[in-house]
Design a protein around this ligand. Structure first.
Ligand code: ASP
Length: 428
């Protein structure tokens, strides 16, 4: 009886998070750097908790997911569908960016004065060979480590995923008895990590408040005026992708109500937005997609960690707009072939970008280099990158989540909203 009564609205997580976000803005504006300093520790603590769970969560999730599929053919099928979804949505996002940047033409030669290469940026943009090397870690344990000495250094998620998939495939190759025992052990370990994530999710409203208040309190508003048109172009593109392209896929292919799906995802989206990191949001994405949106673990355990690392629609769109904007500022009109190069390299840059703050900015070197623009151009967009990073990260995470529902549907999985199935169970 008790379980049937739905909790009051203010106990519902998505409302709590929304309220936290609304309160953080005036708090940040009114208290500035002082307020940011006062709540900063809370945001950092939230991020530390997320980092604490994310590595074992990814590892156990992928091994359990791959082994749980049961056969090599099944893993290959899920893998191909996932990659097709990633490529299709990222390309769609880039094309929207390309169209808008050509239509709105935000670049203006008067902004050239902002050019200037931030320290270490050129060296940080990896080549194709680096990407390949990152995929195959020589030390899988090191690939899983966060560094306290260098807070910017995140684990090598790509290498870790490669290792975990290979590990899962080797579990599949074991004789039946051992295979079943190993699979059930990893499923149990994964369930434990999901329980831990459920605990962390409870403080998401506080964490989101602190992270957002810190950003608002420490970001100046001056840069926004001169780069307004550029920001508008990126934001319009992200909005089209978030509000039209992805909901259409969610509705038509995944057969889910997009609004309800987004609401179920709100803890993950809010965390992605305020932390500007797909990796930090991953534990909440997994919890929300499985527990709040009812996508089966067999698919989400594979699609989501991989997506958080390589599928970045928002980043791809932003790379494209930013490079066209920089070209316009330098007075360079890019030819059709050069714009095609931008599309291809933006896709590559989004795949290579890590799921951490400003990774897309670092990867821009690849796209700029491909069309012969100087790296110094990055300096023009630096001032407003944080806010755009927050928005594109939320789009990245929503795309991963819609991908999980889409692949699950294409795999013929029965998907239902958890609350409804609970009520149905009680009725029957
Ligand atoms: N911050 C983004 C993410 O974590 C990557 C980027 O900088 O575009 O998804």
């Amino acid at each position: 009886m008790e379980r049937n009564r739905s909790p009051r609205w203010y106990w519902q997580l998505h409302w709590q998070i929304l309220i936290a976000m609304v309160l953080a803005i005036p708090f940040g504006l009114l208290t500035g750097a002082q307020g940011a300093g006062a709540v900063g520790w809370l945001g950092d603590l939230f991020l530390r908790l997320l980092k604490m769970v994310v590595v074992p969560l990814i590892l156990f999730s992928i091994v359990a997911g791959v082994a749980g599929v049961g056969n090599l053919k099944g893993v290959g099928r899920v893998g191909i569908k996932t990659v097709i979804y990633y490529l299709a949505t990222s390309t769609a996002a880039i094309l929207v960016g390309l169209l808008l940047a050509n239509l709105i033409h935000p670049g203006d030669p008067t902004l050239q004065g902002l050019a200037g290469k931030p320290e270490g940026m050129a060296e940080a943009a990896p080549s194709l060979k680096d990407l390949l090397y990152r995929l195959v870690p020589d030390n899988p344990v090191e690939a899983m480590v966060y560094s306290d000495d260098d807070p910017q250094r995140s684990p090598n998620f790509l290498g870790m995923i490669f290792f975990a998939i290979l590990f899962g495939l080797c579990v599949l190759a074991l004789p039946k008895g051992k295979r079943e025992r190993a699979t059930s052990m990893f499923e149990t370990l994964f369930s434990i990590m999901m329980k831990m994530t459920s605990l962390v999710i409870k403080i998401a409203p506080l964490g989101v408040f602190a992270l957002l208040a810190k950003v608002v309190g420490t970001t100046g508003l001056d840069a926004f005026a001169s780069l307004g048109l550029y920001m508008l172009t990126v934001l319009c593109g992200l909005l089209i992708h978030l509000g039209i392209t992805l909901p259409l896929i969610c509705f038509l292919v995944a057969r889910r109500n997009p609004w309800r799906y987004a609401r179920a995802l709100s803890p993950a989206l809010a965390t992605a937005f305020s932390a500007a990191s797909s990796n930090a949001a991953l534990p909440l994405t997994m919890e929300s997609v499985e527990k709040r949106a009812g996508v089966p673990n067999r698919v989400s355990s594979f699609v989501l960690p991989l997506g958080a690392t390589v599928n970045m629609d928002g980043t791809a769109l932003y790379e494209c707009v930013a490079v066209l904007f920089i070209a316009q500022c330098y007075g360079v009109e890019l030819s059709f072939v050069q714009q095609l190069m931008v599309v291809l390299t933006a896709l590559l840059a989004s795949v290579g970008a890590a799921g951490i703050p400003h990774a897309g900015l670092v990867m821009m070197g690849i796209v700029l280099g491909a069309v012969g623009l100087p790296l110094e151009g990055i300096g023009m967009i630096l001032a407003v990158d944080r806010i755009l990073d927050m928005c594109r990260t939320a789009v990245n995470v929503f795309s991963d989540s819609v991908g999980a529902a889409t692949v699950a549907r294409l795999e013929g999985e029965k998907v239902s909203w958890p609350e409804r199935s609970e009520k149905e169970e009680q009725k029957s």
